[in-house]
Design a protein around this ligand. Structure first.
Ligand SMILES: *[C@@H]1O[C@H](CO)[C@@H](O)[C@H](O)[C@H]1NC(C)=O
Ligand SMILES: *[C@@H]1O[C@H](CO)[C@@H](O)[C@H](O)[C@H]1NC(C)=O
Length: 496
């Protein structure tokens, strides 16, 4: 009789798989993620005010696939105890979720604190702690109070004080238990899609102007919140605070051709460098400053559409990131834009992207399976920013929601593998990894048809029952063994 282990070894020899033990260090942390608007529901309960997403979806139902909305979502506002049970079952070290600003401060400002909203997060945090799960809390995951939007939102300097006041209150309320804070989730996506385009609220649709203005005020708001934490809370709360940036890896379509190499570099700088550079090096990336300034002049403007950072601002923003929070889903090949781009961000960028049809993909082309790009990205960030501590805050795979989700297992496995390789081959300091998403959630404009969850949620059932997918069992085993060494339970993930 030939055992499964023997078969695996034969398989490994034949296919050349390295049979090294693929263990994570004992202090490596595993988690899962969610965000308030995408799971809580209870959009108008217990004193919560309207967020820009509530407003946008109720007024523009056609912007969302199948005209779905998040009024109930996973109903986590009522089911958080069950959520914690599920987290316990997974064995995660931390749970990354976000606070809805509208629940705590319905007016957007601290003149009135809604105790019922505070109670909800306080209950959740306490229950997590009781179960030895560390809360990792995002202060802003896109659901700005509508009242603040009506006063200008992120297109006004006022957001800096609004956000710092809100952040300070959260540190006061929850900082004894919460030791890892995230200021903003994915600023590029928020600013570009909401201020540069009409795809996200507030749909300001002024690319190359309002998206840059949003980036400018958002970075200032982040830095001020960091200073508040640093000056008023760090000494006794002893936590850390950072921003989360979504990265793609941009690979030149033609390697070693200077124009293509430059296109790849330009795309890195315009997309994620816009946020990473000011935090780690001070100021916007040179290429971004130069290109926006050049185009602005051609348009007959007196000054660049990209707000200039003063020496004081550069000083104030630089160094305000306790770790690099990184979301990664996909890579792309890039080349210099072949056709004229519409005015705005795309013209300033001047680069086009391409993803070959044969790259394995998820339910939509948003997800292509490119772990090789992840490994390159990690090395790039280590070199670019002087070896920061990196925590992977989001990484995940979309499908139709089937329970037998072997492609998700394969995706997670290959990206975890890329982390181990980046640590081993390049010494990249990745200290944690979190799957997006904990369960199926409301995926913004995709609605509920596009699922990332480890747990399945039945959105047709008013009780919103959750069911473990195969990927949840896989991830539970990875966490338990803290290793990627194959078990015979999941043959499909390496045999496909
Ligand atoms: C956004 O701008 C584009 C291009 O200028 C335009 O086609 C589109 O209709 C605008 N959307 C809205 C909601 O105004
Ligand atoms: C990774 O970063 C953390 C936090 O700065 C530090 O304590 C740790 O020593 C670093 N590890 C390595 C291998 O550089």
């Amino acid at each position: 009789m030939v055992g499964k282990a023997t078969l695996y070894i034969l398989f490994a020899i034949v296919t050349g798989i390295k049979s090294v033990s693929r263990k994570f260090p004992s202090d490596f942390k595993f988690g899962v993620g969610s965000s308030s608007y995408q799971i809580e529901g209870a959009w108008n309960e217990d004193g919560k005010s309207e967020s820009i997403w509530d407003q946008y979806i109720h007024n523009n139902p056609k912007m969302i696939n199948d005209e779905e909305n998040a009024d109930i979502a996973c109903d986590s506002y009522h089911k958080y105890e069950e959520d914690v049970e599920m987290l316990k079952n997974l064995g995660v070290d931390y749970y990354r979720f976000s606070i809805a600003w509208t629940r705590i401060l319905p007016n957007g400002t601290p003149d009135y604190v809604n105790q019922k909203g505070v109670q909800y997060y306080s209950n959740l945090v306490k229950l997590l702690k009781k179960n030895n799960i560390e809360p990792m809390v995002t202060l802003f995951h896109w659901d700005l109070p509508q009242v603040l939007q009506e006063q200008g939102g992120f297109a006004t300097e006022k957001i800096v004080k609004w956000f710092t006041d809100y952040a300070r209150l959260c540190f006061e309320l929850f900082g004894d238990d919460v030791k890892t804070w995230i200021t903003f989730n994915e600023p590029k996506q928020f600013c570009y899609l909401g201020y540069g385009m009409d795809y996200f609220p507030p749909a300001m649709n002024k690319s190359g102007e309002l998206d840059y203005l949003c980036a400018y005020y958002l970075l200032k708001a982040h830095a001020e919140a960091w200073h508040v934490y640093n000056n008023e809370f760090r000494a006794h709360q002893k936590g850390r605070i950072a921003i989360v940036i979504s990265y793609k890896w941009y690979e030149p379509l033609l390697p070693n051709v200077p124009a293509f190499e430059e296109a790849a570099n330009t795309n890195m700088e315009f997309e994620s460098g816009m946020y990473g550079h000011p935090l780690y090096k001070g100021d916007w990336p040179e290429i971004v400053k130069a290109k926006v300034s050049y185009n602005s002049k051609k348009e007959g403007r007196q000054q660049s559409r990209l707000p200039e950072l003063s020496p004081e601002e550069i000083e104030r923003i630089k160094g305000t990131n306790d770790f690099l929070g990184l979301n990664y889903y996909v890579s792309a090949l890039v080349y210099p834009a072949a056709t004229p781009q519409p005015a705005g961000f795309m013209r300033d960028l001047g680069v086009d992207t391409y993803q070959p049809w044969y790259w394995e993909q998820g339910k939509t082309s948003f997800i292509k399976v490119t772990p090789w790009g992840f490994k390159k990205l990690l090395k790039y960030l280590k070199d670019a920013y002087d070896n920061p501590e990196i925590i992977i805050i989001e990484n995940g795979f979309n499908d139709d929601g089937q329970l037998d989700d072997v492609k998700r297992i394969s995706y997670i496995e290959r990206h975890l593998s890329a982390i181990l390789e980046a640590r081993e081959d390049f010494g990249v300091n990745v200290s944690g990894y979190s799957v997006w998403s904990f369960m199926d959630v409301f995926e913004w404009n995709f609605g509920y048809g596009n699922r990332f969850g480890l747990y399945h949620v039945d959105f047709a059932d008013p009780k919103r029952p959750r069911t473990m997918k195969k990927s949840a069992r896989y991830y539970r085993d990875v966490i338990k063994t803290r290793s990627l060494d194959k078990t015979s339970d999941y043959p499909t993930c390496f045999l496909e």
